[in-house]
Structures are given as C-alpha cells and as structure tokens.
Design a protein around this ligand. Structure first.
Ligand code: HSE
Length: 310
C-alpha cells in the first residue's frame, strides 16, 4: 500500500468532571488526511483547507512529532518518507481536539502503510507526543477517543492505561463553537496547580458517577455527574456567554453541559435527537443575539474512531 486516506473525528475532552482523563469521539465532524509514500526519506507536510497558519516544519507540526515518536518505537529503517495532506474541519483552538485529530490520523495512516505493527491503543502514546508539541502537555483525553472511538478514560498516565468505557447508544452531543480561539497552553496555565481536598472529593465522586451512569445506563446519574469544580470555574471566564449557554442547554433538557476540552467550545449531552436539536438552536441564539459568530454541531458518539476512507 502506497497511499491512504484517513478520517479522524473531533473529540470532546474532559466531559466536565474528567479533566485530562475522560473524552469521547464525535460522529459527524472530523478531519481527513491523505498520506502517501515518497522516495525521499523525510516527512513532508502540506496544509490543505482549514490548516492556514499551522507550521509545516515536521519538528514543529504535531504530525511530524507524532510520526517521529512512532518511527523511534518502530526501530527499523524504512527506505522512503511520507507526504501528509490534511483537510481540517476542526478549527485549531476550538476545544474540539484539532491537534489530536491531526496526530491521530498521521500515526494511524502510517501504521496501516507499514502493515499495522502497532495496535490502536499503542498508537495513543505516539499521538500524545503531538499533543505535547502543540500544548506543552502530553494529555491523552483527545487522542484516545479519537483513535479508539467511544468514551475513553485514562486510568493512569504512568504507565499509560486507557480504558474503553461502555456507554448507551442513545446519547447525543450538542456543541457550540463561538468563533474565538483559546490556546490549550493558555487555558492550562490559568488552572491552579493544587486542588483543595474538598474539590478533589467532589470531582472523583463525579468521575465514578459518570462512568457508572454511562455503563448502566442511568441518564439521571450521568446528568448529576456532569459537574466540574476544577477547570470550569476558571476557564469559563475566557468564554463569552458561557453561563447563559449552559443555562439555555439545561432549560432545553440537557443532562448536563460544560466546556469541551480547553474551550471555547461548549458541549451538552442529552438522550434524544430532538432535545439535542433544541439545545443546538438555543446555543446558536445565545451567540447570534450577542453578535458573536458561532458554529453548532449535533452528533452521536462515534464508536469507530479514526478510520480508513479509501
Ligand atoms: N484535557 C485537556 C485540557 C484537553 O483540558 O487542557 C485539551 O483539549
């Protein structure tokens, strides 16, 4: 195989209570990447639509960094290089896992071309290096659901232990992306390094509740557990009309709502498409009525993760 086209989905990381450990993949939004072998032994990165302003130097681009980490682990010399052409529907700085999608698509595609020396789970740690390059933090809560699909939990970073969670089919995400950019590195810097014990207790109770609510499924328990007392209080200040957006989502019947990843996107979960659509309309109204451009998405959970398109 000399050429491959990959789809890598957008992801919602943290899922309220699970800062840096929980995430899920979306079905109807994602990036595509064409990868082909080239004679010269290097990584050539070409920016397609939606990649404006992203670096093309392999040492500075998440694609080059993630693939380099993978080739180090592969350990065998190869007699060719790769050309990567990305078309982005996930805006960088949107909080929807844009860098994760690029890194995941690249390692997934190269792994296929090399004859699958690594499992999907093994690819997570290479894609994490892309996250380190993009934000200074090798978090896996976007790359794990992006590569594996579904809901994932990072039970441990050292050693890396990624758990694929059970979740109900009837679960919809409504997402609004107000058109402002928030860099993950900035959004991480505003968080306090220490968490009061009282907040830690609330947070891990909710993580357990969310995992259990998804598995049963118990929608009320999912709703009660979608609470974040660690990142949301600090980060919501960076997102215009966050409080209002969350309020209207709850009025429309959301199980819960919070910041998607490091923001500015906001997500809400619900158990019916009808409710998800009402939430999306309400989200849109909040921003339209305040003169802020925003994109809205409705999506079920993507169970497949990163896929070969052709
Ligand atoms: N868990 C990361 C954060 C996700 O919240 O900073 C970044 O998309």
């Amino acid at each position: 195989m000399d050429e491959i086209k990959i789809f890598a989905p957008a992801t919602v990381a943290n899922v309220a209570c699970g800062y840096d450990v929980m995430g899920f993949a979306m079905k109807d939004i994602g990036d595509t990447m064409n990868i082909r072998k080239i004679a010269s032994k290097k990584w050539v990165i070409e920016n397609g639509r939606g990649c404006e302003g992203l670096p093309i130097k392999p040492t500075e681009n998440v694609i080059g960094v993630a693939v380099e980490a993978m080739m180090q682990a592969y350990g065998k010399p190869i007699d060719h290089g790769f050309h990567f052409y990305t078309t982005k529907n996930i805006k960088p700085g949107s909080g929807l896992g844009s860098s994760a999608s690029s890194a995941s698509a690249a390692v997934f595609g190269v792994n296929r071309i090399l004859g699958k020396p690594f499992s999907r789970k093994e690819l997570v740690k290479f894609a994490m290096e892309g996250e380190r390059a993009a934000s200074g933090s090798a978090h896996a809560d976007n790359v794990a659901p992006c590569l594996l699909g579904g809901f994932t939990l990072i039970r441990s970073y050292d050693p890396l232990d990624v758990i694929e969670l059970q979740y109900p089919d009837m679960l919809y995400a409504s997402v609004v992306h107000p058109q402002i950019e928030i860099k993950t590195s900035d959004s991480k810097k505003i968080l306090k390094k220490d968490v009061p014990l009282k907040d830690a207790i609330t947070q891990w109770g909710n993580v357990g509740g969310l995992v259990s609510g998804l598995a049963k499924p118990d929608y009320e328990l999912i709703g009660r557990s979608l609470q974040d007392v660690i990142a949301e209080p600090a980060r919501s200040k960076l997102i215009p009309y966050f409080k209002k957006a969350k309020e209207v989502a709850m009025q429309e019947g959301a199980l819960g709502a919070s910041i998607s990843g490091s923001g500015p996107s906001i997500f809400a979960l619900s158990f019916s498409r009808k409710i998800a659509e009402s939430i999306a309309i309400a989200f849109n109204n909040v921003y339209a009525s305040n003169g802020i451009l925003a994109n809205v998405y409705i999506s079920q959970v993507n169970s497949k993760g990163t896929q070969v398109l052709e």
